[in-house]
Design a protein around this ligand. Structure first.
Ligand SMILES: [Zn+2]
Length: 208
């Protein structure tokens, strides 16, 4: 009787341990990327339900570029049928990018040498599978940007660039050429790529 009692107890403890291990293993199970950045356990990182993402335009960004940023944000909001980006100006945001809990768009005049082919860079910060901050740097040193309705041939279309960077903010990574994605790594001068493609919208369905 006593032995049986302990056996049962041991069995129960073993069973509990098994479930705990199973639960942990499940949590670490790799996920399909869906074109998202993945953490060390190969799980997608995103804002999950914490949208809209509040993005502040730093005072370093000249006024004439603000409208293109808003249009790019609206494009994602509209295509997803969901309020994904809340773009603001002003507020107390630092002049240079830092992990400070605020997602900010910066205009960088002193871009690093050796990186002159990079038009912009988005840095995302995450913990587990949750993105908590995303900062966008615009290379203002090596490129001239177009903000006209029809992109100027000799300049980079600023709205297209921002649509791409906002894709990174949501957690997307680059997509190979030829799939109709706004997440292709290169944006040629004078090219308009302002509308998220079906492949992008499909990817986002995995997380939003
Ligand atoms: Zn990119």
């Amino acid at each position: 009787m006593t032995t049986q009692f302990y056996k049962n107890k041991i069995n129960r403890v073993l069973l509990l341990l098994f479930f705990l291990i199973a639960a942990c293993a499940q949590k670490l199970e790799p996920e399909q990327s869906c074109n998202f950045v993945q953490n060390g356990q190969l799980q997608r990182v995103s804002w999950k339900g914490r949208v809209p993402v509040t993005l502040t335009i730093s005072s370093s960004v000249p006024e004439e570029f603000h409208e293109s940023i808003r249009l790019a944000a609206s494009e994602w909001n509209y295509r997803l049928g969901r309020f994904m980006f809340d773009v603001r100006t002003g507020g107390d945001v630092g002049g240079s990018p830092a992990k400070d809990g605020q997602s900010v768009i910066y205009w960088i005049n002193n871009w690093e040498s050796g990186k002159e082919l990079e038009q912009a860079r988005t840095t995302i910060f995450w913990k587990g599978t949750f993105i908590s901050e995303a900062d966008i740097r615009i290379n203002a040193r090596d490129f001239a940007y177009s903000v006209t309705d029809v992109a100027e041939p000799s300049r980079v279309d600023f709205e297209s660039l921002l649509v791409h960077e906002l894709g990174h903010v949501l957690g997307l990574q680059h997509v190979e050429v030829g799939k109709g994605s706004v997440m292709e790594a290169q944006l040629a001068h004078g090219t308009e790529r302002r509308v998220p493609g079906n492949v992008d919208l499909e990817s986002l369905k995995c997380e939003y």
